[in-house]
Design a protein around this ligand. Structure first.
Ligand SMILES: C[S@@+](CC[C@H](N)C(=O)[O-])C[C@H]1O[C@@H](n2cnc3c(N)ncnc32)[C@H](O)[C@@H]1O
Length: 309
């Protein structure tokens, strides 16, 4: 099966999910909420923002609700864009948001560059690393000098860590869905991209994935049940800081710089800031947690649908 066929299948898959409201982009709404908070941490008033692979626009709309920003969301699935336009109608926003059809492999022409661009589980839908690498180049080309690309995507290495814990307690491995190609950390972090430097890596979903994919999954298995995405134990992660380097959801922060002094491959040991020391734990407990959306209440009555990425 060629990659063109796969691309068409993936677009059809996302078009088919456009009507699922809060579950359109993922069934895992707690992970989604953690993503919004992690992306939002890099936003401030006055920014021009591009959301690539915006889906039905939940994050873009939330950012424009919180900040006086100008957000453009693009997605290659036309029905997602239509759903986003419906979603934003009648909302009271501090900023502005607009949506258009666009493919990260052939980005539209914009009249201005952006202060901040993010992807939220969009590039994992590309078929392989060379295509993903080119997408990162396409995206960072659209940044102003000192602009930031917040690449919120899934890491195979972090999933492997969760899987090794699952194996220890007798749970089966989790494999990425058919339409996803998760990132290998070494490929991302050892590649030199023109005009950008890797500023940091954030393991924002580490606590959540330990709780949901190991502890809660194990408890459910003891009762012979399927784990519930909105289980109380999973929700606990919304009140806790990210601890450790587990969790497939990760953020790589890319800063646009005029000139890069050549170095060795990016060394992320100094970039993560996620050591589990008592001091770091205490300081992260003070982590800002205001402004959570009550997703679980919003989703309670919705139709069940499968997980995805
Ligand atoms: C996992 S969903 C996430 C949607 C949204 N970012 C969110 O978090 O709710 C992935 C999205 O990426 C979009 N996508 C996949 N490949 C794309 C491409 N080549 N160009 C633009 N969008 C793409 C899909 O249509 C889908 O809406």
């Amino acid at each position: 099966m060629g990659s063109k066929v796969i691309t068409q299948d993936i677009r059809a898959f996302w078009n088919s999910r456009a009507g699922l409201g809060l579950w359109a982009g993922t069934r895992d709404v707690i992970a989604k909420q953690l993503e919004i908070e992690a992306i939002s941490a890099h936003v401030h008033d006055g920014m021009r923002i591009l959301d690539v692979g915006c889906g039905n626009g939940i994050t873009a709309i939330e950012l424009a609700r919180r900040y006086n920003v100008n957000v453009t969301g693009i997605d290659f699935a036309e029905e997602m864009v239509t759903a986003a336009e419906t979603m934003v109608a009648g909302q009271h926003l501090r900023g502005a948001v607009r949506f258009q059809v666009g493919d990260v492999q052939n980005l539209p022409i914009f009249s201005e560059k952006f202060d901040l661009i993010y992807t939220e589980r969009a590039l994992i839908n590309l078929p392989d690393w060379p295509t993903q690498k080119q997408a990162i180049i396409n995206i960072t080309d659209l940044l102003v000098d000192q602009g930031l690309y917040v690449m919120c995507e899934n890491s195979l290495d972090s999933l492997d860590k969760i899987n090794s814990l699952r194996e220890r307690v007798g749970l089966p491995k989790i494999t990425p869905p058919w339409h996803n190609h998760y990132f290998h950390d070494a490929e991302v972090q050892q590649t030199k991209f023109p005009g950008v430097k890797l500023e940091g890596v954030r393991f924002f979903s580490s606590t959540y994935h330990l709780l949901s994919r190991v502890v809660n999954a194990w408890l459910a298995a003891q009762d012979g049940k399927e784990p519930d995405y909105e289980a109380p134990l999973n929700q606990l992660a919304l009140q806790l800081p990210p601890i450790g380097d587990l969790g497939q959801g990760k953020i790589w922060l890319w800063r646009k710089v005029d000139e890069i002094i050549p170095t060795k491959a990016h060394d992320t040991t100094e970039l993560t800031g996620q050591d589990i020391t008592f001091e770091s734990l205490i300081s992260s407990v003070l982590w800002e947690s205001a402004g959570w959306i009550d997703w679980t209440a919003l989703c309670r009555d919705e139709e069940k649908s499968p997980p995805d990425g």
